[in-house]
Design a protein around this ligand. Structure first.
Ligand code: ARG
Length: 492
């Protein structure tokens, strides 16, 4: 968190966009690497920043072979028979090379679904993510069309995708029971987690609904649903899979405007993600076992879960050394994350053992589509990041209010000159003064709406910290909600 960095304007305008990373894990880099890009003035931006100076190979190239390989008898490949022997030896080498290449290729294509989309069950067939719930069966067993469910808007209205009508429809409360709610939560990746399933008056103005056909013999909820223009209860299903987005400070947030250290329970979803006892990035709890963070925090070699420990419910870094952290079982980075442009800068961590929720440890809500935020929606960022540009990690957890910034304005020539993609969201102040900073990455950008705290962003990048016209840039979590649910479902 950087509050009034106090640096003279124009000092060190450079693009510092890499995660805060413990140096011991990395080979020393030329000092120029972190300052490879001058970001001032804005129109000098290269098309894709941030960017790292390519590492120069320091080892000398393979020297030219001067001596001929010796044949078993010790004579070089000169005579006719020796030549034949040499050729066959060469052939064997080429063949062995081909086998190795084939194995590598197979290894690579084995994971092709993570690059090109989703796998149909465990069939090995890949279907591009845009084909899920599109009404056309792509998977051999129809997996791409049978779990098309989402929660919509601030009231968590359960909607099901109708492939006949190519649109989402709320589920009518008629004949609904809690056990269907539990089933829908499971399908969204909430293993054994269910909070409430209630009827509410539909405020979306829907004219057609999905209704339950309770006489249908199927066990699958989706096969029981059919399209209907009448819903006699005039109520739709509002489904919550986890009690999320509540904090101790509910309704008293105004007290910390201006940025201060946090009190216990203020930001109970905030975690410190550490490597070898050093705070590296922030993260947000979304379920007892899942943490949202930034993809740039888990770039190789930090994509290995063994490196990471998560600390929850502790405000001061020094106290974490005395506590046991939570080991990480899996690290899932967004398949389309681009380390140069920071497009799709989001990742998930699955913990080895679930967190126990209490006053200080609680999940934040994933943003539902249809949340409708104000153009300058007040949001909060929190973290142990530096309190001024180039500063060191803070011992105390800090938080500050930052309003959202219109993407058009954030992309203007004087701000980030078209570096902001739809997977990013800007928040902060164009005059500078308050911002996230190095070490806050991966941590939450949250907002309070309809008495619920929603995870709107994950701290991603910025040019310097708290500088004028260089606000913080966050991963736009709303566009990732569906991806997150799919990962949770596939890895539960
Ligand atoms: N990339 C930084 C990190 O790894 C976060 C930078 C945020 N910068 C900003 N000006 N808001 O911690």
């Amino acid at each position: 968190m950087a509050l009034n960095s106090g640096l003279p304007p124009g000092v060190g305008p450079y693009y510092e966009n890499h995660g805060y990373q413990p140096e011991s894990l990395y080979p020393p880099q030329p000092a120029v690497a972190a300052r490879a890009f001058s970001v001032y003035p804005a129109h000098y931006y290269p098309p894709a920043v941030p960017h790292y100076t390519p590492r120069v190979l320091t080892s000398t190239s393979t020297p030219a072979i001067r001596t001929q390989p010796k044949s078993p008898s010790g004579t070089p490949c000169t005579s006719k028979t020796k030549k034949a022997l040499c050729i066959s030896a060469a052939l064997v080498t080429v063949l062995a090379g081909a086998v190795v290449a084939a194995v590598l290729l197979w290894k690579f294509t084995e994971n092709k679904c993570t690059v090109s989309g989703m796998e149909c069950g465990s069939s090995g067939t890949c279907v591009s993510a845009s084909h899920w719930c599109d009404g056309i069966l792509h998977c051999p067993r129809g997996e791409d069309e049978n779990q098309c469910v989402r929660l919509y808007g601030p009231n968590f209205i359960l909607q099901v995708y109708s492939f006949q009508r190519k649109s989402w429809h709320p589920v009518c409360l008629d004949d609904w029971t809690e056990s269907y709610g539990r089933a829908a939560c499971q399908d969204m990746g909430y293993r054994n987690s269910f909070y409430s399933s209630q009827g509410i008056a539909d405020d979306s103005g829907a004219t057609s609904f999905m209704k339950l056909n309770i006489s249908a013999g199927h066990t699958d909820l989706y096969k029981k649903l059919y399209h209907s223009d009448v819903c006699s209860s005039k109520n739709v299903v509002s489904l919550r899979c986890i009690e999320c987005g509540v904090n101790r400070r509910m309704g008293r947030q105004s007290r910390i405007v201006g940025g201060t250290s946090a009190a216990p329970g203020d930001w109970p979803w905030q975690v410190s993600l550490q490597v070898q006892g050093v705070h590296v990035c922030g993260g947000s709890i979304i379920t007892p076992e899942w943490i949202v963070t930034a993809a740039h925090c888990v770039e190789e070699p930090l994509n290995n879960p063994r490196y990471w420990t998560a600390f929850a419910g502790i405000l001061r870094q020094y106290l974490m050394t005395y506590e046991h952290g939570y080991r990480v079982e899996k690290v899932i980075s967004h398949p389309n994350y681009d380390s140069k442009t920071k497009n799709n800068d989001i990742a998930l961590m699955k913990l080895q053992t679930p967190l126990t929720f209490n006053d200080k440890v609680k999940p934040v809500c994933l943003p539902n589509p249809g949340l409708r935020l104000e153009p300058k929606q007040p949001c909060w960022i929190s973290g142990w990041g530096a309190t001024y540009e180039k500063g060191k990690t803070s011992d105390e957890l800090n938080a500050v209010m930052v309003p959202l910034i219109d993407p058009v304005q954030c992309n203007s020539r004087y701000v980030y000159n078209n570096l902001i993609t739809p997977t990013m969201i800007c928040a902060g102040y164009l005059q500078g003064t308050m911002d996230s900073c190095q070490g806050d990455s991966g941590g939450p950008l949250v907002t309070l709406k309809s008495s619920v705290w929603w995870l709107i962003g994950d701290t991603s990048w910025g040019s310097g910290c708290a500088k004028a016209n260089r606000p913080g840039v966050y991963g736009n979590v709303t566009v990732f909600t569906d991806w997150i649910h799919r990962q949770m479902r596939a890895n539960s």
